[in-house]
Structure formats: structure tokens, C-alpha cells
Ligand binder design. Structure first.
Ligand code: DQA
Length: 143
């Protein structure tokens, strides 16, 4: 089985972007972590990152053909994108929503997520370990 890992806008800058908020790990490091935990659980991981909403919608739609679950950090689009939420609903796969930071302890505009109501579960504030927990939980759900 395969998992689609989706990272949204500005996450390509991880490592140098506000390290006091997001830590020192890089996007490549997150993708490697998810791939290795996935491999341990017998799951293949396809990783996508984009700064463009439509590209994220295309990537999510593509999961319909060959993925069993989606692990997504929609980044800023979490708080704005009906299109990403609708794409996730359309593919009808279990969705894990992950945020590196505890969005609920931050600005008010980060407290609302368009994705959470259709996610199987949400992890926020656990740093890159949140991605690891999410793969493990998704593996259980699609087991
Ligand atoms: C984020 C939180 C979002 O509010 C923010 O726009 C991001 C990253 C996180 O992983 O903590 O870009 O999704």
C-alpha cells in the first residue's frame, strides 16, 4: 500500500524558516523520516510539496488512483482553502492532518482549519514526530 505525503506552501523553507517556531529539520528530513517509518510498516510513500494551491489539488486528486491514505500538512492553506478540503473529500481516503507547531497556541487566524472536519485525526505541535505518529496511525487505519 502507498501513502501520499503532501506538504503545502513555504514548507520547502523548513530548516531556515522561523526555526524557533518550526524547528531545524528540513523538508528533505521529514520526507526521509516518513519514508523510513512507512517502509518499516510495509508502506510506500510518495512525497509532494508545492507552494501552489492548484498543484496541491492535482496531487491530492492523483491519490485516488494508487494511494490508500493521505498525510497532509496544508500549511497556510489549512486556514483558507476550500479547494484543498474539497479535493480531500473527493478522494475519500483517510486523511491525517499534521502541523509542526501548535496552531491553537498561535494567532487566532490559525485556530480554524477547513481540513479538520474531514480528517481522520489531527496532530499539532509535536514537531516532525507528529509526522511519524501520523504514518503509524494511518498504517493502523488502512491495515
Ligand atoms: C503549519 C501552521 C500553519 O499555520 C502555517 O501557515 C504553516 C505551517 C505548521 O506546520 O505548523 O505554514 O501548518
Amino acid at each position: 500500500k502507498r501513502i501520499l505525503l503532501v506538504n503545502g506552501p513555504n514548507l520547502n523553507l523548513l530548516g531556515t524558516r522561523e526555526p524557533e517556531v518550526y524547528g531545524h529539520d528540513t523538508l528533505a528530513g521529514i520526507e526521509a523520516l516518513v519514508s523510513s517509518v512507512g517502509a518499516e510498516l510495509g508502506l510506500e510513500v510518495r512525497a509532494v510539496q508545492s507552494n501552489h494551491e492548484g498543484e496541491l489539488v492535482d496531487a491530492i486528486q492523483s491519490a485516488r488512483e494508487d494511494c490508500a491514505a493521505i498525510l497532509i500538512n496544508p500549511a497556510a492553506y489549512t486556514h483558507t482553502s476550500v479547494a484543498i478540503r474539497d479535493a480531500l473529500s473527493a478522494v475519500a481516503l483517510p486523511v491525517a492532518e499534521v502541523h509542526l507547531s501548535n496552531v491553537h497556541a498561535r494567532e487566532e487566524f490559525r485556530h480554524h482549519s477547513f481540513v479538520s472536519p474531514i480528517a481522520a485525526f489531527v496532530i499539532a505541535g509535536a514537531g516532525i514526530q507528529g509526522y511519524e505518529f501520523a504514518v503509524r496511525r494511518l498504517a493502523t487505519l488502512i491495515g
